[in-house]
Design a protein around this ligand. Structure first.
Ligand code: NAP
Length: 520
């Protein structure tokens, strides 16, 4: 029997959660498609996401700016190959302003939970301050680096000195003359340590797992080149294509087809060890800084200044495990206590773990909650974008969405995926699109079959302590395909992988432009 209840119409066609590069990219793509009825929610006070929140000393990108931008919004003005954080954040704000996203933004909006209403084919998005937004579609772009983690070590609450996480830096706090401990030697620690070493009185670096470091070939981009990029945009597109090809071959292929391309990875490992030998004088310290797992198992870092910091008299590399905190310092397993004034936790983020991505509950059909479902089963999403029982919702950084080449490509490809489905729903007069279980299973079968070639299952990753691995032993951060294949899949997946349903009373949805103009 047909259900003919009075249908509740959503407030908006689309709610986008997150105003970092994900939300910016999705918003721009929606506008380009003619979808104007959307809001972007973010708990922060402006666009920028990770680049708004990470302001620690030395913060900079280590993906070349030749590719670090939206394909449709090249920036001819980058100052360097690897610019610093504030410049990247300015680019984010430029994109938001140029494409008039501000009227769509609802800042200071902390999403508490979202739930699918199957009776009305809409999402309810509840915020911490008691407001509810409703939308036909929900796009989740909260980013992977939004939930900082403090070290799970006894007594951290007892420490009475200053505690700062790398992603919550207090730039008004003066570190000069202080005794500082940095816990963590991932990408954030690697940038912070050399940046503060000469300012502080003493710097204790607590390293649990050494990280692979490769040289950073940074250069200022000459004014003549900027001028050329501005007036002959084809030259910038050419440079972008060249860099894209280089990264695809060196990084993506070598990590994705590690089994087949071992020599490439061995050559990179050699270069890194040579840099270590040339830059660190003390052989004992060199030994401690040498990774005991293969390159690529965890995120490698680019730096020319990290290793030399350990030649300084005021910097100590401590590899003895931390046992506990005291009110004034840190005690290691050998019983030594080192007193410090400031504790810097460069200890990373919750990513593919419960409460990480996304950091709120998402209730789908039949009472299934997304975080619990992933936690109890495995992280999965069709092309990294959609999950059965969570209709009309899409992820930007979903499990197996990213190939590792370029975050901007990911955002564009995932936006295109969502818009293809929304457009098709519109064409069919449907109000609900849900990925079929068999399509999701088929994609996950491909992932499991092909991951055997990935670096994670070939290069001695057991000792790496890599956050790329989730608690199931899977690596949902990276899709085991090239990024070109990932891009192609988003354009060509069979649309009937989605099951479309209609509410009889709903003939047209608000805010979606003419289907023919969107479909192309
Ligand atoms: P991360 O890569 O997760 O590193 C966290 C560090 O903290 C690791 O060295 C980890 O040791 C250590 N740690 C965590 N808990 C600990 C404990 N209880 N005791 C001792 N050590 C502990 O975090 P991140 O450095 O913030 O980087 C996260 C991601 O942000 C990067 O992978 C990258 O994608 C991005 N990022 C990019 C840039 C850039 O573009 N330049 C800069 C910063 C961050 P183990 O290794 O043993 O776990």
């Amino acid at each position: 029997m047909t259900d003919t209840h009075e249908v509740v119409q959503p407030d908006h066609e689309v709610v986008v959660i997150g105003a970092g590069f994900s939300g910016i990219g999705v918003g721009i793509k929606l506008k380009m498609t003619g979808i104007d009825d959307f809001v972007i929610l973010d708990r922060g006070n402006d666009f920028g996401g990770t680049w708004r929140d990470n302001t620690y000393p030395g913060v900079a990108v280590d993906v070349s700016t030749l590719t670090y931008s939206f394909s449709f919004e090249p920036n001819p003005n980058w100052s360097n190959i690897y610019p610093e954080g504030p410049e990247i954040n300015r680019y984010a704000l430029h994109c938001a302003d140029k494409y008039a996203l501000r009227p769509h933004a609802r800042f200071g909006t902390n999403v508490a939970a979202t739930s699918w209403d199957d009776r009305n084919h809409l999402w309810r998005i509840d915020t911490a301050d008691g407001k509810t937004y409703t939308a036909r579609y929900m796009i989740l772009g909260p980013g992977g680096l939004s939930e900082p983690k403090l070290p799970d070590i006894e007594g951290i609450g007892q420490f009475t000195g200053t505690v700062m996480h790398s992603a919550r830096w207090d730039n008004d706090f003066d570190l000069s003359g202080k005794r500082v401990a940095v816990i963590g030697t991932g990408a954030s620690g690697v940038q912070i340590i050399p940046s503060i070493a000469d300012e502080v009185e003493r710097l204790d670096v607590y390293q649990r797992t050494p990280v692979w470091i490769i040289p950073r070939f940074d250069l200022p981009i000459p004014a003549g080149v900027q001028l050329m990029f501005r007036h002959l945009p084809a030259t910038q597109r050419l440079a972008r294509a060249g860099m894209y090809g280089f990264v695809e071959v060196l990084l993506v292929l070598a990590l994705t087809y590690n089994k087949q391309l071992k020599p490439v990875v061995r050559a990179v490992e050699k270069a890194s060890l040579t840099q270590l030998r040339l830059q660190v004088r003390n052989p004992e310290i060199r030994e401690k800084l040498t990774p005991r797992y293969g390159f690529g198992c965890k995120r490698p870092c680019l730096s020319n200044v990290y290793f030399p910091a350990f030649n300084r008299a005021n910097v100590e590399l401590i590899t003895e495990p931390i046992q506990r905190f005291t009110p004034t310092g840190i005690v290691t397993a050998d019983g030594i206590e080192r007193e410090v004034d400031v504790l810097v936790c460069a200890t990373g983020f919750k990513i593919f773990e419960k409460g990480g991505l996304p950091p709120f509950e998402v209730h789908g059909r039949d009472g299934v909650e997304l975080g619990t479902h992933w936690d109890e089963n495995r992280y999965e999403a069709f092309l990294g974008a959609s999950i059965t029982k969570f209709p009309n919702s899409f992820l930007t950084l979903g499990p197996y969405g990213f190939s590792g080449a370029n975050f901007f490509q990911l955002v564009e490809q995932q936006s295109d995926h969502a818009i293809r489905v929304m457009t098709e729903a519109r064409k069919r007069g449907a109000t609900c699109a849900e990925i079929r279980q068999e399509a999701l299973d088929g994609f996950m079968d491909m992932v499991m079959r092909r991951r055997g070639s990935q670096v994670f299952f070939n290069n001695g990753c057991a000792n790496s302590n890599s956050y790329y691995f989730d608690h199931h032993g899977d690596v949902p951060l990276l899709r085991p395909t090239t990024s070109a294949e990932a891009w192609w899949s988003s354009k060509t997946f069979k649309i009937d992988n989605y099951r479309f349903r209609s509410l009889p009373e709903v003939r047209a949805t608000k805010g979606v432009a003419d289907a023919a103009s969107i479909a192309s």
